[in-house]
Design a protein. Sequence first.
Length: 221
Amino acid sequence: MLGHALAPIMALEAHSVEEIVLVVGHLGELIEPWYRERYDRPLHIAVQSALDGQAGAIARVGDRLDGPVLILFCDTLHDADIGALAALGDSVDAPDGVLHVKPVLDPSRFGVAVVHTNGYVKQLVEKPTRSISTLAIVGVYWIKDGRWLARAVETLLTNPAPAHGEYYLADALQIMIDEGARFEARRLERWLDCGTMESLRETDRILQSERAARASASFTR
């Protein structure tokens, strides 16, 4: 899964990527040697020993967030244009962030975005208990100002821990929106969720089928 997540980043020119930061937890000691065997991009490993959520993971690397930041969750496969995001840089014309979304039948499992007609995000809600949007937030985020994100995460973590113990990235981004950040919502055509065993098996089945189809086409040619 991590290899799939890193593939579009590794396809970028080296100067586009200052550093790869991986936040690891259980069995995290296996990740660095795996990475070093395959890639030569600068790497920083941070350990999230407590299960305090996505924002908790970002908090572990807050001191490294400076300038444009790309955040990827490794339990999802997607067709987001990572090259286009990298090209945004810190241009004055760029939005404060880009969030990727896709309509789903059951939004209660995900964070969702309420989007204005102009394509910018109005509100983010994690695992909504009522129907406010069917646009699930895919785990691909581009943030123009990493320091602003770090401050929002720090502010979020000063609140009492939720009953479930997890601080969500959507709540930190909502703090930024409330402070005036303009996040563009971009819809994806392809999003394969791997957050449950059932969805992981289905994603693997799709990838195996696509691999077989490519091999057959190559043989035919």
